[in-house]
Design a protein around this ligand. Sequence first.
Ligand code: ATP
Length: 364
Amino acid sequence: MSIRLENIAKHFGNTQALEPVNLDICEGELVGLLGPSGSGKTTLLRIIAGLESADRTSQPSRIMFGERDVTQVHVRDRRIGFVFQHYALFRHMSVYDNVAFGLTVMPKKERPSNGEIRARVFRLLEMVKLEHLAKRYPAQLSGGQQQRVSLARALAVKPDVLLLDEPFGALDAKVRQDLRRWLRRLHSELNFTSVFVTHDQEEALELSDRVVVMSNGRIEQIDAPDTLYHSPKNRFVFEFLGDVNHLEGSVNNGVLTCGDAYLHVDLSNGPEELLLRPHEVRLAEQASDTCHLPVVVTAISPVGAEVRVELEADWLAKPWLATVRHADFERLAMKRGQRLFAHPRQWHRFEEEPQNTARQTRAA
Ligand SMILES: Nc1ncnc2c1ncn2[C@@H]1O[C@H](COP(=O)(O)OP(=O)(O)OP(=O)(O)O)[C@@H](O)[C@H]1O
């Protein structure tokens, strides 16, 4: 079921939670709403659900589910499944009864037979690998298991659209990772359309077919994760999507200087700020004629595919983060307190323009 939002805005008193927003979600898509606290993600999700209504403005607003105009349709009749951060399971009901609940309360005409309900519930419990816990009560399950029951319960009624509000927010990192995999798998097996809210960049980039980046009630960019990461439309998106190192200084005759550090750049004279991702910082024992950025290693985290190294220097207002291959880490025999030189592989800059921000990426 595709979703189309046309001119959806929302005020709460004087607070503009959403500026007029347009959004098209394709059938079968898994879309993440990503943004900092207060950016309007939950408000947008609640409007899609019908839990909140959009402002009435001079321009008409509309919410379409496929060919169905649901703008005035009650939440109950929108055929939506919900999963919330705080497991809203019925505590006095078994896992089985929780998953079956939505089916048992259907009007008689639509309600499947008891046999069909049983088959559907067990099929879903099997999919989330909880069939052996069908008789347990929510209090006897871990947080991750409870969220899997929530997912199965939401899907039992075969919703057209699944809406998830920070579904994994209350769980620890490992369980979050597992649950993301569940959701991805259920999504491709059952092929429903999902919209989920998160403020976790990694979660949004890993799970979504497309990510909607929001700030201050506005949609900043809608794109597939790799496009978003490699071609952010503005500085906000660039900074929000990952760690960023800042190199601030003043350019004079093609040299950006900051304290005793300098970097040759092909930019006009004046103040400048260059931005670099951690993987764009190469570390070496020597400076070069065109790049002299002395740093001291202050912290090392060797966990993962690459080593994360924190760097400080007098000329830096905030420490830098560099990701280094394990082989390079060993070759440089890196340790805390070591003096090295940073070499940008490439850098980015955003020029503030009245209407927009222009981005440049240059190999160093
Ligand atoms: N019921 C409400 N009454 C008044 N203001 C509200 C209400 N709900 C949301 N807001 C305001 O609207 C703005 C957007 O809130 P919203 O909850 O949509 O943001 P969010 O991006 O989901 O944030 P978070 O990640 O913290 O949940 C915020 O400024 C918030 O304070």
